[in-house]
Design a protein around this ligand. Structure first.
Ligand SMILES: Nc1nc2c(ncn2[C@@H]2O[C@H](COP(=O)(O)OP(=O)(O)O)[C@@H](O)[C@H]2O)c(=O)[nH]1
Ligand SMILES: [Mg+2]
Length: 393
């Protein structure tokens, strides 16, 4: 054996001996360098590996002492996130939750409710549950809250869908989109998992939260007597709601007792209600009070609209339905524009510009590309309405 080889063998022998001596005398070192530990670090530890793994094993670390101190210091609202999603929306839902956790909820730990008209898969539930230390509940939507009711004349509904498809109206031919819009209009706040909460924050798959949110928007809403909030307001496609406004005005005439004194009708109409200017709040972002939706005015309003069948004969969206209700049954100072929440839902972004909000929020959006004063946005109408109270064309 040559001299260098002999030296290498002696050095290796020494290293191995020291490793064994330290392993026996220092337990943490022994655990960290054990073969099974090294193997578990190298091999992927996804579901389907050890049979005994539970969701708990995949949860991230609990909140830090700082996070807990912050939580203990502040008051919390009786609130939850709500996400309606299909199993196929998994990746986008993961991304949305990751962002709201990082920008807000890792400090506040509000629970999540995810809803679907078919059961969520094990894979869906496990990949969502690892993202947060907050409570996550997965709910099945009752059939009668989702599917087209028997009272709808299917021939008439089909004719409406075919016409819209022919006219290239987005989602014009889709029944499931209509189910979704009706569910979001009248049912999500009645789901058994949502009943225990008063406030909700609606989140969709694949949205972005661009800025740190350094206070609790739920508590803000509660403390300032708000019922509904938005980040983006825009025009609705008229072809999806040709008869909606007429029905709204019929309802308003039949129920003057529900119309708020200082309402926002003028934000949506230039002439006291004859004409609808199509402005609405974009409901894929909403922080709102479910007591408002559960109350007598909205309950009667939704039931009235539902009886007209326009969720299926036309393609009424939950955005105009919620917005019009907030405008009529709440007073204007109960509707809040969250300027400081940087929010994106393809293709539009609200990015805070003024008052140092963009820097304070460490925002990732481009303030020069904020949708607020885009030609398709209703923000300037909202500003003018808030300032002057005047009707808006
Ligand atoms: N469970 C379920 N969720 C749906 C269905 N259709 C839409 N959604 C959800 O409803 C929300 C709005 O749907 P989306 O496709 O984003 O519509 P858009 O934002 O108007 O283009 C999202 O949270 C979707 O995940 C459906 O058929 N089933
Ligand atoms: Mg969407």
């Amino acid at each position: 054996m040559s001299l260098p080889v002999r030296y290498i063998i002696i050095v290796l022998f020494l290293i191995i001996s020291i490793h064994y001596i330290v392993s026996f005398t220092h337990e943490p070192y022994g655990r960290a360098t054990s073969l099974s530990n090294i193997k578990s670090k190298i091999l992927p530890s996804k579901f389907g590996t050890p049979a005994s793994d539970t969701l708990e094993n995949f949860r991230p670390h609990s909140p830090t002492a700082d996070d807990l101190a912050e939580l203990a210091a502040g008051r919390r609202a009786n609130a939850s996130f709500v996400i309606l999603a299909r199993n196929s929306d998994l990746s986008g839902t993961v991304r949305s939750i990751r962002e709201i956790e990082d920008r807000f909820n890792r400090r506040y730990n509000y629970p999540y409710v995810l809803l679907n008209e078919v059961p969520f898969t094990e894979d869906f539930m496990s990949r969502i549950s690892v993202l947060t230390s907050a409570k996550v509940e997965f709910g099945l939507i009752p059939k009668e809250h989702w599917y087209q009711p028997d009272s709808i004349d299917e021939d008439k509904a089909r004719a409406g869908r075919e016409k819209m498809e022919h006219d290239n109206i987005i989602y014009g031919g889709s029944v499931s989109y209509r189910n979704m819009c009706r569910f979001n209009s009248g049912f999500f706040f009645r789901h058994p998992l949502m009943e225990k909460y008063r406030w909700y924050w609606r989140i969709e798959p694949d949205v972005h939260f661009h800025c740190d949110i350094q206070y609790d928007p739920f508590v803000y809403m509660e403390d300032h007597n708000k019922v509904y909030s938005f980040t983006i307001t825009m025009y609705e496609y008229e072809a999806t709601i040709p008869t909606l406004w007429g029905h709204v005005m019929d309802f308003a005439r039949q129920h003057p007792e529900f119309i708020a004194k200082d309402n926002s009708l003028n934000f949506m109409s230039p002439d006291g209600g004859n004409k609808y200017n199509l402005c609405h709040f974009w409901s894929n972002f909403e922080i709102a009070d479910m007591e408002f939706w559960r109350g007598p005015a909205y309950t009667a309003f939704f039931n009235y609209l539902d009886e007209q069948g326009g969720f299926y004969y036309e393609r009424w969206g939950d955005a105009p339905v919620h917005s019009i209700a907030a405008a009529l049954f709440a007073s204007k100072d109960q509707i809040h524009f969250f300027d400081d929440i940087g929010y994106e839902h393809n293709p539009y972004t609200h990015c805070p510009k003024g008052k140092g909000l963009w820097a304070k929020g460490k925002c990732t959006c481009d303030p020069l590309k904020s949708f607020d004063y885009d030609g398709y946005s209703c923000m300037s109408k909202w500003d003018r309405f808030v300032e002057t109270g005047a009707g808006q064309h």
